[in-house]
Ligand binder design. Structure first.
Ligand code: NAP
Length: 244
């Protein structure tokens, strides 16, 4: 049996698990960071929680006889991607990064390296739709002159009064995004360049001619990278000896 570790936490990881689940001779183990309390189901055996850094992951790879690692974590999960590089290098385990393409610029788009610089660029009094996740809210918490609508999948505790949270799970349609932006009198959209299907917010902001403050991705890790589930399956077939 060939054992493969799938670092998950994205829709592509779920799709890849689905594609690999039926292949005979292959045992795929997936892992989630464990930050979401009710994650969407994955078609293969899945563990929750970290490994204890790159060293812990290297130990896990050795202990479980892992023949290949596919890192299908989110484009902004830079720590996990780095850990995967280090652990796979240390154990000479083949590793692939499955990384969805970024969104191309649209509308009134400005790129920023991080949320701190994006926050600093917002004018006083702006009504901001924050879709950049639950991490790193501090730059916006430090701007009480803004009115922020923070869209998150799970509630965030201890938000200041000028940040209201909206608990919602994608997908979102263009009409729903337009209605949301209009009803909250949104003047600016802040997003990470996650890529993938969730671009209706960009199309809505472009339609309303709202400035889009886009946090661009951290540099991807070195080594082989593919953009699709099909290419990841093909890489695995070339890298380990799968029968079917
Ligand atoms: P991160 O900063 O790169 O990783 C932080 C730590 O979380 C890692 O060092 C690792 O802990 C653990 N971890 C991360 N992904 C893991 C996985 N798939 N399996 C097991 N442990 C994992 O990651 P993050 O940005 O917090 O993202 C956490 C998870 O949410 C990832 O699975 C990612 O795909 C998903 N996600 C992230 C974003 C985002 O915007 N960052 C958006 C959507 C989904 P140890 O060092 O202890 O191993």
């Amino acid at each position: 049996m060939i054992r493969v570790l799938l670092l998950a936490g994205t829709a592509e990881a779920r799709a890849l698990a689905e594609a690999l689940a039926g292949i005979s001779g292959l045992a795929v183990n997936a892992s989630l960071a464990g930050v979401t309390t009710d994650p969407a189901p994955i078609a293969v055996e899945t563990r929750r929680g970290g490994y204890g850094g790159a060293t812990g992951l290297a130990q896990y790879l050795a202990d479980h006889g892992i023949a290949a690692v596919i890192d299908a974590t989110h484009p902004f999960a830079a720590q996990m991607a780095t850990n995967a590089v280090l652990a796979c290098t240390a154990t000479t385990t083949p590793r692939l990064r499955l990384l969805r393409p970024p969104w191309p610029p649209t509308g009134n788009w400005r790129s920023f390296p991080d949320l701190t610089t994006a926050s600093a660029a917002l004018p006083p009094g702006a009504h901001v739709l924050l879709t950049s996740g639950r991490k790193e809210i501090a730059p916006f918490a430090a701007r009480p002159d803004l009115t922020c609508l923070l869209r998150v999948i799970e509630p965030v505790a201890n938000l200041p009064g000028h940040i209201t949270q909206l608990i919602a799970r994608p997908p979102f349609t263009l009409d729903a995004e337009l209605a949301l932006m209009r009803s909250h009198a949104i003047t600016h959209l802040v997003s990470k360049n996650a890529g993938g299907p969730g671009r209706a917010k960009l199309d809505a902001a472009a339609r309303l001619n709202l400035p889009i403050l886009m946090i661009e991705r951290p540099a991807p890790p070195p080594g082989p990278t593919v953009a699709t589930v099909e290419a990841a399956v093909a890489w695995l077939r070339e890298t380990v000896a799968i029968d079917a």
